[in-house]
Design a protein around this ligand. Structure first.
Ligand code: SF4
Length: 212
């Protein structure tokens, strides 16, 4: 697909989702890092329900690094995987305190060295927290861009990211990430996407969409 075609898709998505933005509630980089870490395999809404209590009790890396894992587990129990997530956010808080003076690091390498932080989470911190342009590829971004034929079905998550970066101007990476994510979250759902009135239905590569 050409850069011009992707630009047109993004223009349509921007009309559809003029307010596409990060839906996790956070007030600083530490809270963003913890919230993104907690968001694996659950929804931002579910994370937003537990983080106010978590951050009220553990407002900074030092406090969270000293937390009792059972207490953290209890606070975040509604979002699933609560043992691993509790362990990871306590461990990463310890590293922030011991290695980074309580600050969240700002390089991909340093971020990915933190427990439970992979490439996608690191990219979210960079683009959302530090305004260093990136295109974090989550399940929504991957599914939508593959269905639209922007990326190939067989592409790895990394290939999707690199392809999108090559097809979209860097200044638009951040917003493109939110637009594809909103499309996947609210319209091009994993099951039963709303194809009937989709602006892209005539060109879409998704083979289960209903007949025109
Ligand atoms: S036509 Fe359906 S599958 Fe294709 S992009 Fe639109 S909502 Fe998604």
């Amino acid at each position: 697909m050409s850069k011009d075609e992707v630009t047109i898709i993004l223009e349509n998505l921007a009309k559809l989702f003029p307010n596409a933005k990060c839906e996790l509630v956070y007030h600083n980089l530490f809270e963003l890092l913890v919230a993104v870490s907690l968001s694996a395999q659950t929804t931002d809404k579910a994370v937003n329900k537990v983080t106010p209590s978590l951050f009220a009790k553990y407002p900074n890396p030092l406090r969270l690094s000293l937390a009792d894992i059972n207490d953290v587990k209890e606070i975040i129990k509604s979002i699933g995987l609560n043992y691993n997530k509790s362990k990871n956010i306590i461990s990463l808080s310890k590293i922030l305190v011991e290695k980074y003076h309580g600050e969240v690091p700002h390089t991909q390498e340093e971020l990915e060295s933190l427990p439970g932080v992979g490439r996608k989470t690191a990219n979210v911190i960079l683009t959302e927290g530090y305004h260093i342009p990136r295109i974090p590829v989550d399940t929504h971004v991957e599914r939508v861009t593959k269905r639209m034929g922007i990326t190939e079905k067989t592409d790895s998550v990394l290939q999707v990211e690199l392809k999108l970066m090559s097809l979209i101007d860097e200044a638009k990476w951040h917003q493109a990430h939110h637009l594809f994510l909103f499309m996947g979250r609210y319209k091009c759902l994993a099951k039963n996407p709303h194809c009937e009135d989709c602006f892209y239905k005539d060109k879409c590569k998704y083979d289960k969409k209903p007949p025109k």
